[in-house]
Design a binder for this molecule. Structure first.
Ligand code: C5P
Length: 221
C-alpha cells in the first residue's frame, strides 16, 4: 500500500484466464489477456490501496506497486483469493474456466493407430465471485464482470443477484467488438440502484473510472 485516498484499504483483484490441464502438456484455456484486470489492480495501487493481484497465465507485465500471486487452475485461484481475505474490496475480472477436466492424465495421452479419439469428461469449477459474494468475511465491496455475447444487461443483472455482488461490469465480447484481448472496452455498470452505460474507452480509463467509484463507495460512512 502507498499513500493516497485508498491508503490502508486492502483490495483483491483476479485477472487473466485459467488453464485447466488435460495431461502434463495440454490444457483448456480462453482468450483473456489480463489487460483489464491488471489495469484495475494498477489503478487501485495508484490510489494507495494494498493490492493483491491473483493472475492466471498472461504475457503482459506485472503492474507496479502490486503483490502478484500467479496461479494456473481455477481451484488454485479460489484458494489464493480465500487466503487473501479479509479485504475491503474484491474485483473479480478473471475469465475463470467454468469447467475443468474431471480426471487429468498423469502422462501425455498418446495417439494410437486404430483407436478412437479420447473424450474429455468435465467437472464444474468453483465460482470464485459467488463464493466471495456470500462469504462470512465478504469484502464491503464485491465487483464482478460479465462477458456476454447476447442479452448483456439482462444477464449482467441476473449475475449481480446470483453472485451476491454490489456491481457487475457487463460487456459484449462478441468477436466483432474486439474487446477480448484488445485495448479498449465498453461496459455497462450494473448496480443495485440502476445501470450506467459507459462510453467506449481504453481499458486503463475503465480501470481509473472503476477505482474512483470504489474510492467513493469505501469513503461513504
Ligand atoms: O458466470 P460468469 O462466468 O459469466 O461470471 C463472470 C464473473 O464471475 C466474473 O467476475 C468472473 O471473474 C467471475 N467468476 C469467478 N469464478 C468462476 C466463474 C466466474 O470468479 N468460476
Amino acid at each position: 500500500g502507498g499513500s493516497g485516498p485508498l491508503s490502508g484499504r486492502k483490495a483483491i483483484v483476479t485477472s487473466g484466464p485459467t488453464h485447466e490441464p488435460i495431461d502434463p502438456v495440454r490444457y483448456i484455456a480462453n482468450r483473456s489477456s489480463g489487460k483489464q484486470g491488471h489495469a484495475i489492480a494498477a489503478a487501485l495501487a495508484r490510489l494507495g490501496a494494498d493490492v493483491t493481484l491473483i493472475s492466471g497465465p498472461v504475457t503482459i507485465a506485472d503492474p507496479a506497486g502490486v503483490r502478484v500471486v500467479r496461479i494456473e487452475r481455477a481451484e488454485e485461484m479460489r484458494d489464493a483469493v480465500l487466503s487473501a481475505l479479509p479485504a475491503d474490496v474484491a474485483v473479480m475480472v478473471a475469465a475463470v474456466a467454468d469447467w475443468r477436466v474431471a480426471s487429468t492424465a498423469g502422462n501425455k495421452i498418446k495417439k494410437r493407430p486404430g483407436e478412437a479419439p479420447p473424450s474429455l469428461r468435465l467437472a464444474e469449477n468453483p465460482d470464485i465471485l459467488k463464493t466471495v459474494g456470500h462469504h462470512a468475511s465478504r469484502p464491503r465491496l464485491v465487483i464482478g464482470f460479465a462477458a456476454e455475447t447476447e442479452n448483456v444487461s439482462e444477464n449482467g443483472r441476473a449475475k449481480l443477484e446470483k453472485k451476491g455482488a454490489d456491481y457487475i461490469l457487463a460487456n459484449d465480447v462478441s468477436p466483432e467488438t474486439g474487446i477480448m484481448g484488445g485495448d479498449r472496452n465498453r461496459v455497462k455498470l450494473i448496480g443495485r440502484d440502476g445501470t450506467e452505460d459507459w462510453p467506449e474507452m481504453g481499458k486503463d480509463d475503465v480501470a481509473e473510472k472503476l477505482a474512483a467509484l470504489i474510492e467513493k463507495k469505501l469513503s461513504a460512512q
